[in-house]
Design a binder for this molecule. Structure first.
Ligand code: NAP
Length: 257
């Protein structure tokens, strides 16, 4: 993990879903390094507690697809850190299947976590931002929100919808001094990517290095995006100098899109 850009966030309460692993854990670390009050949410307490131990964050379990569970976690987070000024909807999941074999349940489940989870967090945090007179909403979407990929049609549909939600809300909430943006990374080295690589190896028999190269091949820089790059973009989107950036889908993909 690398150092976050210096920025004073002592007066900010940032809540990060999926904050126990991968991108979310790095975002939590970067905001903590900037002095923000950090709350991390997810379904498993162990990885969240590990991030909390390293950053001083508040770790709370919640399922982003279950609005009551999310609302209860936000109530507890407010008791500890005050109103939420930055809501980062990062929780997500990506399994894969050809469209012809994709069950309706798998399709719905992808929409639930990758799309409705964003809706739930942002809507739950909105009253705080309205009271504060401003705030920042960020979704960790994906290049799958900007272009198609084979075998993840449910994930692409959900991430495209997150970009649409972002653009619409930016118009609606702009007058309230709330900015709404999506970060759209290409493949990043995280537990989620490792699962995809394992699946490619299991289904094709490819060696590990070939499976990794096949995923990197779409990125003109021929590398995976780093979690620190996503965290850096999130910090910048929360800076005063990014206040005019609203309704944007920021691709972090080495030029892939
Ligand atoms: P990850 O390490 O698997 O992180 C996903 C996180 O989401 C986990 O901490 C998981 O924690 C949490 N989560 C999943 N379902 C949840 C639910 N229903 N309620 C609450 N939390 C839930 O993978 P990652 O790569 O860091 O993914 C973070 C985001 O980046 C995702 O939105 C993903 O789509 C996006 N992204 C990833 C890549 C990539 O190549 N890795 C590329 C572009 C975009 P629990 O299991 O404990 O709940």
């Amino acid at each position: 993990m690398t150092t976050a850009p210096a920025q004073d966030m002592h007066d900010q309460h940032v809540i990060i879903t999926g904050g126990g692993t991968g991108v979310g854990a790095q975002i939590a670390l970067s905001f903590a390094q900037c002095g923000a009050q950090v709350t991390v949410l997810g379904r498993r307490i162990e990885p969240l507690q590990d991030v909390a131990d390293r950053t001083g964050a508040l770790a709370l379990t919640a399922d982003v697809t279950d609005r009551a569970s999310l609302d209860a976690a936000l109530d507890r987070a407010r008791e500890v850190h005050g109103p939420v000024s930055i809501a980062i909807a990062n929780a997500g999941a990506a399994d894969s299947a050809p469209f012809s074999k994709m069950s309706v349940d798998a399709f719905q489940s992808s929409l639930d976590v990758n799309l409705t989870g964003v809706f739930n967090l942002w809507q739950a945090a909105l009253p705080d931002m309205l009271k504060l007179g401003g705030g920042r909403m960020i979704a960790v979407a994906s290049t799958a929100g900007l272009k198609g990929y084979s075998y993840v049609s449910h994930y692409c549909a959900a991430k495209h919808a997150v970009v649409g939600l972002t653009r619409a809300l930016a118009l609606e909430l702009g007058p309230k001094k709330i900015t709404v943006n999506a970060i759209c990374p290409g493949f990043i080295e995280t537990p989620l990517l490792e699962k995809s690589i394992e699946k490619i190896i299991a289904s094709t028999g490819m060696p590990d290095s070939d499976a990794r190269a096949s995923l990197m091949s779409g990125n003109p820089q021929k590398r995976f995006v780093q979690t620190s790059e996503v965290a850096g973009a999130a910090i910048w989107l929360c800076s005063q100098s990014a206040f005019s950036v609203n309704g944007h889908a920021l691709a972090l993909s080495g030029g892939e899109v």
